[in-house]
Design a protein around this ligand. Structure first.
Ligand SMILES: NC(=O)c1ccc[n+]([C@@H]2O[C@H](COP(=O)([O-])OP(=O)(O)OC[C@H]3O[C@@H](n4cnc5c(N)ncnc54)[C@H](O)[C@@H]3O)[C@@H](O)[C@H]2O)c1
Length: 434
């Protein structure tokens, strides 16, 4: 099928390349000419494992194309995906400027029945709004479908090609048939298809992300309690997660959730609920708990090394909001570095791939070091923020010999305390009761 994907970011580029991979003719459109040029030149504008295989392969066989020309790309397509950003607006709700602009562009281009598929995460009612915008500008027949994306950065390519489920909110059988044809290779592989009305589909995405955020904030609060009462949240987590009613996913305590999705989606759902006159008290607390959590280990560092951190040197391992991505949006490291710098510390940071994305975001007084061991040289404390595999099993004797102090703060409960302490270092995790 001839498909156009508008927005060539984490979702659009992965989605476009994977739709080509399963046999479709795909054109990816972006208004960012630099991004498109990078792709036309054979480069990749983002770091995402697997993209370096799936993009060149499908470009080579002629199934994947890139352009800034929305009009011609949309005109030739049977289905058009909207995968532009929906960042938080000033009021916490989703900023739909890009979605609305693209809807108008699609309306001005279509010349035959077209299925417009909203893949961006959008508040309930947005697909109706997209439909109204298009209908106000064209006589051509079309449908607007909600098809939220559940991929995870870092494993986005396998997630797209082998999803647990595909959710579609469809206004007509005709649109449903198109979505089933697009996704046929994935459905044949065993993905479950959930077909529903458009509004339920839009809400499914927000409810899913909010549930995951809730589990994280819940465990972070349990971890705080563990620290106070001398329990180990890692044991509690294992004991809880083995209950089939609970399951093991998203029960890890840490320095709080971040990224381009959870924080903004929780906020947007709160906003939607507020507009509908419904108070989501649990979700409200989830967000507040997460903001506090970003400060949990910094507070401990300040208590143990401060109150002033003047003259103290802190090494920080991992900047991106999670491993295997260069995405720095809402990364807890931003808050953590800012607080440490404010308290007077000299902060040395490292990350396997995020130097370029962190550059514009991170407090400028932090110094980037490519080598994690160089970062700990002369440090009074090491703080692990992102659990990249590169930091999983460090040479603790080497770390200890390079550091000036001996404190290791494990913001992801990645390490075995005994192994750290065997090198003569002191260990503090999140909820490890020590
Ligand atoms: N990143 C994720 O892990 C993830 C997962 C699921 C859903 N989502 C949702 O998918 C959507 C996209 O997220 P993302 O992370 O890919 O965003 P992104 O910022 O990486 O990419 C968005 C792209 O859209 C382009 N764009 C903006 N306006 C445009 C326009 N008028 N015409 C053409 N291109 C335009 C931007 O230049 C950018 O390249 C969001 O709604 C997000 O909530 C993201």
């Amino acid at each position: 099928m001839q498909i156009t994907v508008i927005g060539t970011g984490y979702v659009g580029l992965v989605g476009g390349a994977c739709l080509a991979e399963i046999g479709h003719q795909v054109t990816c459109v972006d208004k960012d000419a630099k991004k498109v040029q990078t792709l036309l030149d054979g480069g990749l504008p983002i770091y995402e494992p697997g993209l370096d295989e799936v993009v060149p392969k499908n470009v080579e066989v002629g199934r994947l194309h890139f352009t800034t020309d929305l009009q011609s790309a949309v005109r030739s397509a049977e289905a058009v995906y909207i995968a532009v950003g929906t960042p938080p607006g000033a009021d916490g709700g989703a900023d739909l400027t890009a979605v609305e602009a693209v809807a108008a562009g699609i309306a001005d281009a279509i010349e035959r029945y077209t299925v417009v598929i909203v893949k961006s995460t959008v508040p309930v009612g947005t697909c109706d709004r997209v439909r109204d915008i298009i209908a106000s500008r064209t006589e051509t027949d079309f449908d607007v479908v909600s098809n939220p994306e559940f991929l995870r950065e870092g494993v986005a390519v396998p997630d797209f090609l082998d999803p647990d489920r595909i959710v579609i909110g469809v206004p007509s059988d005709r649109a449903r048939e198109v979505l089933e044809r697009i996704n046929a290779p994935l459905l044949e592989k065993g993905a479950a298809l959930f077909v529903m009305d458009v509004r339920s589909s839009e809400l499914t995405k927000y409810a899913s992300n909010s549930m995951l955020a809730t589990r994280i904030s819940f465990m972070n609060e349990i971890a705080k309690l563990c620290d106070r009462v001398g329990a180990d949240v890692e044991h509690v987590r294992a004991g809880m997660g083995s209950d089939s009613r609970i399951g093991p996913a998203f029960l890890r305590a840490g320095v709080g959730y971040g990224g381009s999705c959870f924080p903004k989606d929780v906020q947007a759902l709160l906003r939607t609920a507020g507009s509908a006159g419904v108070e989501l008290q649990v979700l409200d607390a989830v967000e507040r708990a997460n903001e506090l959590q970003k400060h949990y280990l910094v507070d401990r560092i300040i208590t143990e090394l401060g109150p002033s951190l003047e003259g103290k040197r802190i090494a920080l391992w991992g900047l991106s909001f999670k491993p295997d991505t260069d995405d720095m949006r809402q990364a807890p490291s931003l808050t953590i570095v800012e607080r440490l710098v404010q308290a007077g510390a000299t902060v040395m940071v490292t990350d396997p791939v995020s130097e370029h994305t962190a550059a514009g975001e991170l407090d400028t007084s932090a110094t980037f070091m490519a080598d994690p061991y160089a970062a700990v040289e002369g440090a009074d404390a090491l703080l692990l923020v992102t659990e990249w595999s590169q930091y999983q099993d460090p040479d603790w004797a080497r770390v200890a010999s390079l550091m000036r102090g001996e404190r290791v703060y494990d913001g992801r409960n990645l390490y075995t305390p005994d192994e750290v302490m065997a090198a003569g270092l002191q260990y503090a995790g999140v909820g490890r009761g020590r």
